[in-house]
Design a protein around this ligand. Structure first.
Ligand SMILES: Nc1ncnc2c1ncn2[C@@H]1O[C@H](COP(=O)(O)OP(=O)(O)OP(=O)(O)O)[C@@H](O)[C@H]1O
Ligand SMILES: [Mg+2]
Length: 291
């Protein structure tokens, strides 16, 4: 039995070569043999090395407006894999249970397989996007208090906004699970708002997905999917510059640079990394601990 299906290149992030895996390499060979479970708009899921695990492969594909707009953001998958690893690790340190196990390589991470709850949980601090459009609230207006919205995950229906009553009525999750989900969403918001504020970024809103892990007859809800500039609105605190997928949605350009800027401010890239540099973060870490 293969316990590890992909070679783990430690903490190397290749900025220019991104995910080119040489023909005939062990990594390409093993990748082609493993079973694909699902291909979504931004990620591919593969069967993991052990039961109950899956591998999330982060693509550069970008979609918006329920996939009516499609494109690619070069290097996005590499950055999102790294940012999501960082955020999930920080969240686990404050006691939020997550699916994240470990990053495998530039574009892949090993996670616990969950039964996804078909609800997208959107947490909003400032009016933007569909909220502004739907209710005519000017984008950038701070909300009187944090708002949690629920959307039913169904591409064919365009992921419609639903009330808690719909969730209960159709049994998408139980009342206890709703309690866990909303309290985790608030904790995640408090923590991430602070974390981004320290790097001068305003957390405007973000989307979370949760899933069930079964332990006998008992199901536990944990945080799943990803947290990255694909599913957060992140604005520079001084300039208001958008550092997230709205650059793609609104044809603002500079999306690659924006995603890299978030990673750089989080300390995940070297400040002066040129386009062809290879960053050895383990080396970087050693230097930091020496100081
Ligand atoms: N730990 C997990 N176990 C099982 N499925 C997961 C897990 N984490 C995320 N997923 C699911 O994997 C898929 C990730 O792929 P991607 O983000 O590309 O999907 P998507 O195109 O946004 O589609 P969807 O509408 O299904 O979310 C999503 O369907 C997400 O719900
Ligand atoms: Mg998704």
């Amino acid at each position: 039995m293969h316990l590890r299906l992909v070679r783990e290149p430690g903490f190397l992030i290749f900025i220019s070569q991104r995910d080119r895996i040489p023909r005939g390499s062990k990594e390409r060979h093993t990748m082609s043999r493993r079973r694909q479970i699902y291909e979504g708009k931004a990620k591919i899921l593969y069967e993991g090395p052990e039961p109950g695990t899956i591998i999330q492969y982060f693509k550069d594909d970008a979609t918006a407006f329920n996939a009516q707009k499609r494109g690619t953001i070069s290097g996005k998958g590499v950055i999102n894999n790294r940012i999501s690893e960082y955020v999930f690790t920080r969240l686990s340190h404050i006691g939020i249970p997550t699916h994240f196990i470990r990053r495998l390589n530039m574009r892949e991470q090993l996670v616990r397989q969950v039964e996804i709850i078909p609800i997208e949980v959107v947490v909003r601090n400032i009016a933007a996007g569909s909220l502004s459009k739907r209710l005519g609230i000017e984008e950038g207006e701070p909300l009187p208090h944090t708002l949690i919205e629920y959307y039913y995950k169904d591409d064919a229906l365009g992921d419609p906004l639903v009330a808690e009553e719909h969730i209960a009525c159709f049994g998408w999750c139980s009342n206890d699970e709703m309690q866990d989900i909303s309290s985790m969403a608030i904790r995640v918001n408090d923590f991430l708002s602070g974390m981004f504020a320290t790097i001068h970024i305003r957390l405007v809103d973000f989307k979370l997905e949760f899933g069930r892990i079964w332990e006998g007859d008992y199901a536990r809800v944990i945080l799943a999917d990803e947290i990255s500039p694909d599913c957060c609105r992140l604005w520079d605190m001084t300039t208001g510059e958008k550092l997230d997928k709205d650059r793609f949605r609104q044809d603002l350009g500079g999306e690659e640079e924006a995603y890299q800027e978030v990673a750089r401010r989080l300390g995940l890239l070297q400040d002066d990394a040129g386009p062809s540099e290879v960053l050895d973060l383990s080396h970087h870490r050693k230097l930091r601990t020496k100081k």
